[in-house]
Design a protein around this ligand. Structure first.
Ligand code: AMP
Length: 396
């Protein structure tokens, strides 16, 4: 289903409420440590400026749990946005209070203001219709460009769309194009790499990808549940014993669907969950008691890199080891580097894998890096994202 974008609606000189994802990381002094999400919102904001709109931006930041808390203020975001746009961004002191209302009333065409953190109101995450209605007063049109929160049915992502004509911004359009269209009819072979901690978090996405991919490469903590299911010893590795049955079902489905389903052939294991622990590499069938698998091994890196070289479309979600610990980040880094040298459509599903390609210095070589970890995962699972569902449909 194709959704309307800012291009499909007359926005000239309109007052527009825009939901952005400005949930950026900050250090203890409130300096923004990564402005990627703010930069990602610029194309839509610039387009609205060209249309001479009155622009009211809103976003959440962190989890203030329904209370005004200074440390969750969006003020640093207004400053950074203002620096990037070389233009004043008026900061409201509240969300739906007097200050925001007054500033919105005084807003002129071509001016931008930012409301305070929408999660200062519990009603935001409750998707309270009254709160949504209050937010809707800030625009004649609602533009959703917050892909990172599109999987949440909140007031500023879903609720408000019931009170205003609602369209997507360029960021959501781009995410839908790469995560949706390019994976619907992928260039083949289509290879997916899935990592992360638990198999239980990835069941939906494995199940859905088995319908589409030619090859599925598994890494990370979830591999050990698949090993256990086949009767291997996994020592102290992360393992969900109650998911063994399901792991076997997924492997069976892969066989039925003719999907090449690969598990690590070797693993870097440690005595303890720490960077400086005693470590060694062993075959997947030979993990001793008292050790835990924390990364894929050299042979697996080679095997997976070879599979990736054959691919025309690649999707990657989740680290292949405990990449927060340098000694167990090798698999994740090497796979990221390998992707840098491969000529294919390469889509990175946000979160940790996005950080990994960034760290490996190959981010520029990716076709698309999703700005939404959770949202991209739910999208790949084939779930409907409420923030997108609520947008108007483009009738052909
Ligand atoms: P997820 O949020 O499910 O994508 O999982 C990401 C987390 O998985 C990261 O914090 C990794 O440290 C963790 N992880 C990856 N491989 C392993 C492993 N072998 N054992 C334990 N945790 C792992």
């Amino acid at each position: 289903m194709v959704k309307k974008t800012v291009r499909d609606i007359d926005l000239k000189e309109k007052k527009v409420l825009v939901r952005c994802d400005f949930n950026v990381p900050m250090d203890e002094n409130k300096n923004i440590t990564d402005n990627t999400r703010i930069v990602a919102a610029l194309p839509t904001i610039k387009y609205l400026l060209e249309q001479n709109c009155k622009i009211v931006l809103c976003s959440h930041l962190g989890r203030p749990k329904g209370e005004f808390k200074k440390e969750f203020s969006l003020e640093p975001v207004a400053k950074e946005l203002s620096r990037l746009l070389e233009k004043e961004v008026i900061m409201a002191k509240d969300v739906i209070g007097e200050d925001a209302k007054q500033k919105a009333k005084n807003l002129k065409n071509g001016e931008i203001m930012l409301l305070e953190n929408v999660r200062f109101h519990r009603e935001e995450t409750d998707n309270d219709p009254e709160f949504s209605k209050q937010l809707a007063q800030f625009g004649e049109i609602f533009v959703n460009d917050a892909f990172g929160t599109a999987h949440r049915a909140h007031s500023s992502t879903e609720g408000v769309a019931h009170f205003l004509p609602a369209v997507s911004g360029f960021l959501i359009e781009k995410e839908l194009k790469f995560l949706g269209e390019s994976l619907e009819n992928p260039a083949r072979p289509f290879v997916a790499i899935l990592g992360g901690s638990k198999v239980s978090d990835k069941i939906g996405v494995i199940d859905s990808l088995l319908e589409k991919v030619d090859t599925l490469l598994i890494g990370g903590g979830m591999a050990y549940t698949f090993f256990k299911a086949q009767g291997y010893n996994v020592g102290n590795s992360l393992c969900e014993e109650d998911k063994c049955e399901l792991a076997l079902d997924l492997m069976k489905k892969a066989k039925e669907k003719n999907v090449k389903f690969l598990l690590p052939v070797d693993n870097r294991i440690g005595k303890e969950f720490s960077n400086d622990t005693e470590m060694k590499t062993v075959k997947s069938t030979e993990i001793p008691d008292g050790w835990e698998g924390l990364d894929i091994g050299e042979e697996t890196i080679k095997l997976y890199s070879e599979e990736l070289k054959k691919a025309k479309t690649i999707v990657w979600n989740g680290p292949l080891g405990v990449f927060e610990l340098d000694n167990f980040a090798i698999g994740t880094n090497e796979i990221a580097k390998a992707l840098g040298n491969i000529d294919a459509i390469k889509i990175i599903g946000g979160g940790d894998s996005a950080a990994a390609v960034e760290k490996a210095g190959v981010a520029e070589k990716m076709t698309h890096i999703s700005t939404g970890g959770g949202a991209s995962l739910e999208f790949l699972e084939g779930k409907k994202l409420p923030g997108i569902e609520a947008l108007e449909e483009l009738k052909k």
